[in-house]
Design a protein around this ligand. Structure first.
Ligand code: HEM
Length: 141
């Protein structure tokens, strides 16, 4: 094969291998920037299974009306309650599963964290996710 033919052939090969790109845009690998901060092994699937098991994780036998005064008392890593949208949950068991880390949960322990929660959780159904952690409705007094 003459050098002219060789170069023509290699150009054709190169053209064939060029991947089709919509609109001529440069293709880049999509990597999620979200860093998972949940404890190792504490996956969403495991949490779902735990909730599905029906085990009572609320620490109370029956839901009861929770005052702010009562909520405030449960503000430690071993006894962590958080109110979201008028409902109080015992999130002690959930904390290691939280995708943004247990610290974020503990930082908001013993308070009504609805405002902070609503900023970060447009699509999360906490009522469903924490149904076995439900302590009761948050009441004024
Ligand atoms: C009270 C119960 C809570 C539950 C059940 C919960 C659940 C979740 C879930 C499922 C995600 C992942 C969402 C996704 O990837 O789309 C998440 C992310 C996050 N959570 Fe929570 N969370 C709770 C409390 C809180 C609190 C009190 C804060 C305080 C601000 C917080 C801050 C965040 C942040 C900053 C993210 C990351 C959002 C992102 O990456 O876009 N969470 N949470």
């Amino acid at each position: 094969m003459s050098s002219f033919l060789k170069s023509l052939f290699s150009k054709q090969e190169a053209t064939k291998e060029e991947p089709a790109r919509a609109g001529g845009e440069k293709q880049t690998k999509r990597k999620s920037k979200k860093k998972q901060k949940n404890d190792p092994g504490c996956t969403q699937e495991k949490w779902d299974a735990l909730v599905e098991s029906g085990e009572n994780l609320s620490g109370v036998a029956e839901p009861f009306k929770v005052t702010m005064e009562e909520l405030k008392k449960h503000n430690t890593k071993d006894d962590c309650w958080i109110a979201v949208r008028g409902k109080v949950y015992n999130v002690t068991a959930y904390a290691p599963y939280h995708p943004d880390g247990a610290k974020k949960i503990f930082k908001h322990s013993g308070i009504d964290a609805t405002k902070q929660y609503m900023k970060a959780h447009a699509d999360v159904n906490e009522e469903e996710m924490l149904r076995t952690c439900y302590v009761g409705p948050l009441v004024d007094s």
